[in-house]
Design a protein around this ligand. Sequence first.
Ligand code: HSE
Length: 436
Amino acid sequence: MKPISIGICGLGTVGYGSFTVLAKNSAEISRRTGLEIVVSHIATRRIKEGQDVGDVKVSADVFAVAEDPDVDIVLELIGGYDTARELVLRAIANGKHVVTANKALIAVHGNEIFSAAKKKNVVVAYEAAVAGGIPIIKAIREGLSANHIQWLAGIINGTGNFILTEMKEKSSEFSAVLKQAQDLGYAEADPTFDVEGIDAAHKLTILASIAFGIPLQFDKAYTEGISKVTIEDIRYAGELGYRIKHLGIARKSEKGIELRVHPTLISQDNLIANVNGVMNAVMVQGDAVGPTLFYGAGAGAQPTASAVVADVIDVARTLSHPENAIPALAFQEGSLSDISVLPISEIISEYYLRIMARDKAGVLADITEILGDFSINIEAVIQKEPRDHDAHQLLSVIILTDEIQESIMDEAIEKIEALGAVGGKVARIRMDKLED
Ligand code: HSE
């Protein structure tokens, strides 16, 4: 077979990382595949200092790669939505296979892209879009394909996990830690994508589709960031035996699919509670296999390149038999389920509540009475004394509750916030046992 020719669009962290892994490991890749894979065309506005691409053809225009008749597989590593979408659709129209690391593109435009690819009988592979170097797409689509997936939960944004870890371990300020993550090259171009959970929701949308066989529905994902989590919340949760992690949770129930990203209290005994720094981890529960846990680097040049190049190898292997390619969303196109994604008001959860209340008699009784009126059972309470006994000073009342539907908790919180002795908004963090 003639060498398989790769065109790389975008020579940033992931693009150059992929170029170097392909070059460095070419002999090992040939030994595994029996194929020769060569980079023949790169599109980048400029070759940066320290980058060496040898005598590979370089264009400034990414569409030159999509139009190049010699290129078999286009690597879309430019990121973003619009140009990336146009580039991928152009490559598909020209009969080229595509490998992308772009989670936003797949989460938002994936249905359109996969449908176009199916018509042209080409593959669009996206392992690097979720959890960087962890082969979680392959694990769910192939390794766990015998199972009904019941739920999955993941730490799928390294920047957010790094921030929560540093806040806990060093009592560092949120903004200082974010700056550190940006300097290390983990954060998105717009860091609100990391901090507000949008990046994690992109990845969760993809995982839910391949786990449950549903179309990609990013617009239905509930997204809540970590910017309101305080060092005190992390400390109080610790006193009660919990860690706060920014989790993406997808769960299938009889009512529908839960698709939600938010800070979550999980028992500190759970393995995923101990995933720290920029590391990612995804737990997947299948009916046959039970709980499984996948751990690794979720970002960075070489780990992400590991996933990009693995996709290149997969596509290269299926080039001679495209009809054997794994369906893009794991299930046959006509077999996707129309089960609905539930609004957040319909989920059932336990809750951590932090209520700022005046230090006077009867406040706690008023709060517990409201919870009792809504049949919300209390699991634990801690009341933090203010430093001096000033009746005007607010003290923190921390309550852990039993399971209750979110809409009922919304009503109870509204009533608690309306109490004269309660100041400001009630901080609410959902809890998860990460069990059935
Ligand atoms: N900004 C992302 C993260 C990069 O922090 O996880 C990898 O998708």
